[in-house]
Design a protein around this ligand. Structure first.
Ligand code: FAD
Ligand code: ZN
Length: 484
């Protein structure tokens, strides 16, 4: 395959032409004003760009891409900039322009009968959830970054979050897309159809493509009936094996929909109660493991607290779990969720953290954690594993905090070596090296190392077919092609 398509830096004339498309007010060249677009949440990547463009409609996006494609300029699509793998940050060369989607936030269609909502890609997830609520419906996607992340970014990363167990990833929540292709053509796939078997599924190709195949400008989303008041419980256990048994028990015994089954170890609780305001230890004595469970009724006029009480009482009688707290109010449920959602944040003051976002078959989680912890102890004695996440999805955020008192940069220098070992174990156990955050820049080389040659070749072919000049988010997911 001959790919002579390295992108280049835009001339000042081109920069002016890009600016003219969106208007000066929406084109950012000032270094200070660019800052929020160039650094990401974990401060792992700091990029450079000649210009940030904030188009106000699909036609402007189309004009930007047409100009970029003709002139071989790399374009980095950016939504809410909450991505955790550096996909939305341009490289340090300063050659790539940023296309920020925040102004594409119009509501295009509301359908209360078919329960769909069509919105611009720049709407934040919180705004989408609120719009659904105003229709007395539920848009179930929920994650800690929901106030900032945008629906376009959620789709581009096929985001997961805490409701996947009941409702699926973002992929399962979308019916149609509008996408601007690399050469500026617009694909109008904004269909509301639940059934559509007319050849290759282009929509699913763009979901999870992390800005490398097209720019998503709008989406038709699936809404659900508002569920009844849910029940939230925090459960204490001696082993992760007990979590597996409890997961099965609750799935089988609960009359309600199990919407979340999260897990975390005691060290996570220590970090959170030490570093996150307004949190405290929920039990009077420490327990090795905890599960946070959410259930909901399908009807808005029913509640599920009594049901979960019976199911967990039975689990205590059978010695599957050691203790449980069932939230008695929304405020108490919120407090329990804070313990889970504060874990990432609470790791920061504990020094360096080497992070993995992996999945394994659900029944393999206990053995994965044991084997991974043994590996870490051999490679970096004293390092503190904080494995937590979405037990019901097999998704473990296998984060490892530095040994107490260690030098942060010396510890983080081991990132690659430790990650290789953890990822090798994941692959051996039939898992995935990226369960929900994607590949971006951070895991690109690991993907190349661990995916089969056939899969990689198919992915490259798709990339070349949709973006022959390689202008869309170059160097993300796949390495840039060389011009040999
Ligand atoms: P960005 O970060 O701006 O972009 C992410 C990627 O998508 C980039 O590659 C970018 O180029 C591309 N992109 C963005 N918009 C478009 C578009 N319109 N068209 C084409 N490509 C586009 N993720 C989960 O899956 N589950 C979680 O539970 C979760 N929790 C998080 C908690 C916190 C505190 C934080 C900071 C992040 C979390 N994330 C989680 C990661 C992140 O929030 C999600 O990946 C989110 O979906 C990204 O949306 P965004 O709008 O911020 O996208
Ligand atoms: Zn997660």
């Amino acid at each position: 395959m001959h790919l002579k398509n390295l992108t280049q830096a835009p001339t000042s004339e081109l920069i002016n032409a890009f600016r003219a498309i969106v208007g000066s007010r929406h084109a950012i060249t000032d270094a200070q004003a660019q800052k929020p677009y160039l650094t990401e949440w974990r401060d792992r990547y700091i990029g450079k760009t000649p210009i940030v463009l904030r188009p106000g409609n699909t036609d402007e996006v189309s004009q930007i891409l047409r100009l970029a494609n003709t002139n071989r300029i790399g374009v980095v699509p950016q939504g809410g900039n909450t991505g955790l793998v550096g996909g939305q940050i341009p490289f340090e060369t300063g050659h790539e322009i940023i296309l920020s989607t925040g102004r594409l936030n119009d509501i295009r269609n509301v359908d209360a009968v078919g329960r769909t909502l069509t919105v611009g890609a720049g709407m934040t997830l919180t705004e989408v959830q609120a719009k659904a609520q105003s229709m007395d419906c539920l848009f179930p996607l929920s994650l800690a970054a929901e106030g900032s992340c945008q629906i376009g970014g959620n789709l581009a990363t096929n985001a997961g979050g805490v409701a996947v167990l009941a409702y699926g990833n973002t992929r399962q929540l979308v019916l149609g897309l509008e996408v601007v292709l690399a050469d500026g053509r617009v694909w109008d796939g904004l269909r509301k159809l639940k059934k559509n078997n007319t050849g290759y599924d282009l929509r699913d190709l763009f979901v999870g493509s992390e800005g490398t195949l097209g720019v998503i400008t709008a989406a038709t989303l699936k809404l659900f009936p508002n569920p009844g008041e849910g029940a939230t419980a925090l459960v204490a256990m001696n082993t992760l094996g007990a979590a597996a048994a409890l997961f099965r028990h609750v799935s089988e015994q609960s009359e309600d929909l199990l919407t979340a089954f999260e897990f975390f170890p005691h060290i996570a609780l220590e970090f959170v109660t030490t570093h996150i305001a307004n949190t405290r230890m929920p039990f009077s004595v420490p327990h090795p493991w905890y599960a946070l469970i959410n259930t909901s009724r399908s009807r808005a006029d029913e509640t599920s607290a009594s049901n979960i009480e019976a199911v967990l009482g039975d689990a205590i009688d059978k010695a599957v779990i050691t203790d449980a707290i069932i939230a008695k109010s929304t405020a108490q449920a919120h407090d329990l969720w804070r313990l889970r959602e504060g874990i990432s944040e609470a790791q920061k003051p504990e020094g360096g953290s080497i992070k993995h976002d992996i999945s394994v078959p659900v029944d393999s989680i206990p053995s994965f954690v044991t084997r991974a912890n043994n590996l870490i102890e051999k490679m970096c004695p004293g390092a503190r594993p904080v494995p937590f996440g979405h037990f019901g999805d097999g998704n473990v955020h296998y984060n490892v905090s530095q040994p107490k008192g260690a030098d942060k940069s010396t510890y983080l220098a081991q990132w690659e070596e430790i990650s290789h070992a953890v990822h090798d174990l994941v692959v051996e156990m039939g898992g995935s090296i990226s369960a929900e955050h994607g590949i971006g820049r951070m895991k690109r080389d690991e993907l190349a190392r661990l995916k089969s040659p056939v899969e990689l070749e198919l992915m490259r072919s798709i990339k070349t077919a949709l973006d022959p000049n390689g202008i869309l988010n170059p160097g993300k997911i796949l390495a840039r092609p060389t011009n040999t």
